[in-house]
Design a protein around this ligand. Structure first.
Ligand SMILES: C[S@@+](CC[C@H](N)C(=O)[O-])C[C@H]1O[C@@H](n2cnc3c(N)ncnc32)[C@H](O)[C@@H]1O
Length: 104
């Protein structure tokens, strides 16, 4: 955890979100990466996590994990940002409320 932001309900949110350890997930409000860390802890080796934040001060480089893909930008552009990463529509995560999106 960094001092950027103190995440809340971290384990609870990750437990509810990660239903497939090999799934593709997006944390669209990465902040200090607390929720992303908890998600990664629940993913298997084939799981993927995209972490997105628009704030240039959000430390997207704080997670060194091959399954983690940092993206700088606004989540309103999530579709475009994921397409640029090669995430095709059938694999694209579905959207939900909050900052954490489960896979389709
Ligand atoms: C409450 S913090 C997130 C905390 C994070 N889940 C964690 O575990 O540290 C909210 C973050 O959302 C980002 N944010 C807010 N609106 C955004 C948007 N439209 N697109 C991308 N990031 C956004 C902010 O920059 C901030 O870093």
């Amino acid at each position: 955890m960094t001092s950027y932001h103190q995440p809340v309900l971290c384990q609870e949110a990750a437990q509810a979100l990660v239903t497939d350890p090999a799934g593709v997930y997006v944390d669209a409000t990465f902040g200090g990466g607390g929720h992303s860390r908890a998600i990664l802890a629940r993913l298997g080796p084939e799981g993927q996590l995209f972490g997105l934040d628009q704030d240039p001060d959000a430390p997207l480089d704080c997670l060194q994990d091959a399954r983690f893909h940092p993206l700088r930008g606004n989540f309103r552009d999530l579709g475009l940002l994921l397409s640029a990463q090669g995430v095709s529509r059938p694999h694209r995560p579905s959207c939900g409320l909050g900052g954490l999106f489960p896979p389709a």
